[in-house]
Ligand binder design. Structure first.
Ligand code: ATP
Length: 403
């Protein structure tokens, strides 16, 4: 069951020209060759919203309110949202995790805003969790999982080293194969042995590695080092030796970007010891899954870690966190991760369709969040504070309105 809502054409708005090239670079790689001079301000975008399970619905709910505030403030920003069914609770109630109607609407949308799906006590017959997010990633070929990890001024950080304030890295996780390759047919299993394959293909690796290089090049143009680290276990696994080989083949196409390799175990250590030294990291599916949780821990946890699942035709914007059922429904979920993912969505729409209003809105949203942390007005529970989901969203909305 889906319902639509226009967020466009509301009220009288003040144009915010001039700041659109401050946009976040993480999702700009597909269209970075286009000049902002060719951009228009108007275009309505259809956003498919999948709230899902646990804290997903509550963080989506406040995210829609924040997007509404942006629409009223940013000239030319027009969004039509459609809320779609799906998730573990839906599976429990209907026997279907992701209805065809939702898949179709997501495919037809301009972008997908995704809450969280999965509940620990709702399982498939083989014992695995309901995971429509992975189904969508594979089905829509969202091959690049983009996980920016950036500290903000005023954000309490877990690392004692004050230089942790300079953390600004992006993990690019391959999302259609690797150790998740058997996700759809569930690997093989008998009474004594279970096997999942790690599938690394030339095509699958080339496209994600190229994505990482283009991103590093774009970030270099914005003052970052422009360095890609290939993270693997090439010393042990044939599949990962192949991943590294393809990385080395592709790097020649990006002469302005530095490149290096690191093993996953050493990377886990060095991300904690010297996170400032990393720029862009590219890695296999499961390694990227684990590494992005570790990296989120460097800036305080899952509540502030956004992500984007990008393909050549579609893109989905979930937070890094899952459904966190332990804090669902009690207004304690930190909505910042999803709000930052929404900013990435606006950037991606703006870059892809050359609509400067989206880039302006993304910048304004990010600034509203940064101001909240800097002023001490955003102190979520997961940072030892007392600000709940709704209060944090209201602070962001107030900052959007009073910029
Ligand atoms: P998944 O397997 O779906 O990725 P997970 O098992 O890794 O999920 P999460 O849902 O990501 O678990 O959350 C782990 C814990 O982190 C939660 O139980 C919760 O306590 C905390 N947490 C996650 N997201 C948030 C958030 N947005 N705000 C506050 N705390 C959070």
């Amino acid at each position: 069951m889906a319902h639509s809502h226009h967020l466009g054409a509301l009220g009288q708005r003040k144009p915010c020209r001039g700041d659109h090239n401050l946009h976040m670079p993480e999702v700009a790689v597909h269209t970075s060759e286009h000049s902002v001079n060719t951009m228009s301000t108007d275009s309505e975008f259809r956003v498919a919203v999948m709230p899902g399970d646990g804290i997903g619905p509550e963080v989506c709910d406040v995210c829609l309110k924040v997007l509404h505030a942006l629409v009223t403030r940013v000239a030319g920003l027009q969004l039509m949202t459609e809320v779609l069914a799906g998730g573990a609770a839906h599976y429990r109630d209907t026997g279907v995790a992701l209805p065809d109607e939702s898949t179709k609407a997501a495919e037809d949308s301009d972008a997908i805003l995704f809450g969280a799906m999965g509940l620990p006590d709702v399982r498939m017959p083989d014992g695995t969790e309901i995971n429509p997010q992975v189904t969508l990633r594979i089905g829509l070929e969202l091959y690049a999982g983009v996980r920016p990890i950036k500290a903000m001024p005023g954000m309490p950080l877990p690392l004692a080293d004050p230089r942790a304030r300079d953390i600004d890295l992006v993990i690019i996780r391959e999302q259609t194969e690797g150790l998740f390759a058997d996700f759809q047919d569930k690997g093989t299993r008998d009474g004594d042995t279970a096997v999942d394959r790690c599938v690394v293909t030339r095509a699958g690796t080339s496209r994600v590695v190229d994505f990482a290089f283009r991103l590093a090049d774009f970030r270099r143009s914005k003052g970052r080092p422009g360095h890609v680290t290939c993270v693997d276990k090439a010393n042990v696994l044939t599949s990962m030796a192949f991943f590294r080989e393809i990385f080395d083949e592709r790097r020649g196409n990006f002469p302005t970007v530095d490149a290096g390799h690191a093993y996953i175990d050493a990377t886990a250590l060095n991300l904690v010891r010297q996170p400032r030294t990393f720029d862009v990291l590219v890695t296999e599916n499961l390694l990227g899954d684990i590494l992005s949780d570790l990296a989120a821990g460097l800036i305080g946890g899952m509540g502030v870690a956004p992500s984007a699942d990008i393909g050549d035709r579609h893109a989905m914007f979930p937070p890094c966190h899952g459904s966190a059922p332990d804090i669902a429904g009690i207004d304690k979920a930190n909505p910042i991760a999803l709000l930052l993912s929404a900013a990435m969505m606006l950037d991606w729409l703006g870059e892809r369709h050359h609509v400067s209003a989206c880039l302006t809105a993304a910048t304004r949203l990010r600034q509203a969040i940064e101001r909240g942390f800097a002023n001490g007005l955003i102190r979520p529970y997961d940072f030892g504070g007392t600000h709940g989901t709704r209060k944090i969203a209201q602070t962001v909305i107030d900052n959007i309105n009073t910029r």
